[in-house]
Write a protein that binds this ligand. Structure first.
Ligand code: FAD
Length: 385
């Protein structure tokens, strides 16, 4: 059996690794010649890590992960700690630590797990044809590839999605802009083993440890979409948005390197249930594009990859049946996480300022148990529970 995977992001690569493990031959086709992830890093929650463990990458992901032992919220203006607690009870409940990782390192780790000959860079899918025997992908350079199934892991702007759905869907602006990057760990910014978040005015600033003595940092600011994106003004814009904020936030803005900082407008897509059409199925952001507010988009893509190989391991009634079972197993859970992230996004970014104010107040009463219950409920329900 041969699987064609479109897209060599974390979803497509995990899918290819999973399918290889159950005996498929895989060919991954990627539009760009060099993959430059849109963000500097990401948090792999325990469900995502479990999926990588399942794919045989336990040691590799642990080596990339930062020591995120604790979590704390601070008042962005005064710098006072609102709540701080160990994440150990959460990790013990689910049986696995979370690992914040640098994206470029995750990407090369996944890429190196496949043979070079299995990944075709600079090959853009433009159309798909299928019949009862096979599916064929046609690429912009005039070449084509034929296999038993095709996985559309081609991200938020997927070409495979409209083929599967028979229509285009619109992405929805989540209402905020995110700046992110990596910076050397320094205790004057935040403790080195803690995920620290400063909140006020519907904005947030976060620091999370990744391997190599670095913090992944990000700033969220509610703003209209379509404003100029000019590296030369990142620092001055951030200084303006965070004027009057606590000293560690000012120091972070001062120290960050705009040349290596990303600015991303955040979008999501209303969940939909149809992920497969015959021998073709969606996976990752092409199937469930989410706001990053609960850090689950990439983890969901990894869950898809695991669920896909589990579904295809039983192939008694053919590929179409296996892909339908994969879709039925995944669409509900992934859609639920998109909606949870949307709700979290509204509360964090002051869509209703009173609700956000109440959330700030609740953080001052928090001993960690309510927050960890929330994170636990995102982790539970993964294909490896
Ligand atoms: P992508 O990574 O987008 O990969 C798709 C690939 O397909 C790309 O390489 C693209 O070039 C290729 N492609 C597209 N079209 C074609 C074509 N026609 N032919 C061939 N190739 C094509 N998730 C988490 O789990 N935790 C987090 O903390 C987290 N933080 C985030 C922070 C931000 C600011 C953002 C924006 C997202 C965050 N996410 C997080 C979500 C996560 O980044 C995505 O869910 C994840 O990257 C999706 O992977 P993917 O492989 O599905 O898509």
């Amino acid at each position: 059996m041969k699987a064609i995977v479109i897209g060599a992001g974390m979803g497509g690569l995990c899918a290819a690794i999973g399918l290889k493990r159950i005996g498929f031959s895989v060919e991954v086709y990627e539009k760009v010649r060099e993959i430059r992830p849109v963000g500097a890093a990401l948090s792999l929650w325990s469900n995502g890590v479990k999926c990588l463990n399942f794919l045989g990458l336990e040691k590799e992901v642990a080596a990339l992960g930062g020591a995120m032992d604790k979590m704390a919220y601070h008042d962005g203006l005064t710098g006072d700690e609102m709540t701080g607690f160990s994440l150990d009870p959460l990790y013990r409940d689910v049986g696995q630590r979370a690992y914040p990782v640098a994206r470029a390192e995750l990407q090369s780790m996944l890429m190196n797990t496949l043979d070079k000959s299995e990944v075709h860079l600079g090959t853009e899918l433009i159309s798909i044809e299928q019949d009862e025997e096979s599916v064929t992908a046609r690429f912009v350079d005039g070449s084509s590839a034929t296999g038993d199934l095709l996985i559309g892991a081609d991200g938020a702007h997927s070409v495979v999605r409209p083929y599967v759905l028979g229509k285009s869907v619109k992405r929805r602006y989540a209402g905020y802009v995110n700046w992110n990057g990596l910076i050397e760990i320094d205790d004057s910014l935040a403790p080195s083993n803690q995920w620290t978040t400063f909140v006020a005015e519907g904005k947030r600033v976060s620091l999370m440890p990744v391997a190599g003595n670095r913090f992944y940092f990000f700033f969220d600011v509610p703003l209209p979409a379509g404003m100029p994106n000019d590296r030369a003004t990142y620092k001055s814009e951030l200084k303006e948005h965070f004027s009057g904020w606590a000293e560690p936030v000012q120091a972070l803005i001062e120290r960050l390197d705009p040349a290596r900082t990303n600015r991303v407008e955040i979008f999501d897509i209303d969940p939909f249930k149809q992920w497969s059409r015959g021998r073709v199925a969606l996976l990752g952001d092409s199937a469930h594009n989410t706001a990053p507010d609960i850090g689950q988009g990439g983890c969901s893509a990894m869950e898809d990859a695991v669920a896909l190989s589990i579904a295809l391991q039983t192939n008694t009634y053919g590929i179409e049946d296996a892909l339908r079972r994969y879709q039925n197993r995944r669409a509900g859970r992934a859609g639920e996480l998109v909606l949870r992230a949307r709700k979290r996004c509204a509360e964090t970014h002051a869509e209703d300022p009173d609700a956000t104010h109440k959330w700030y107040e609740s953080l001052r009463q928090e001993d960690g148990s309510r927050i960890m219950r929330g994170i636990l409920s995102n982790i539970e329900g993964n294909p490896l529970d």
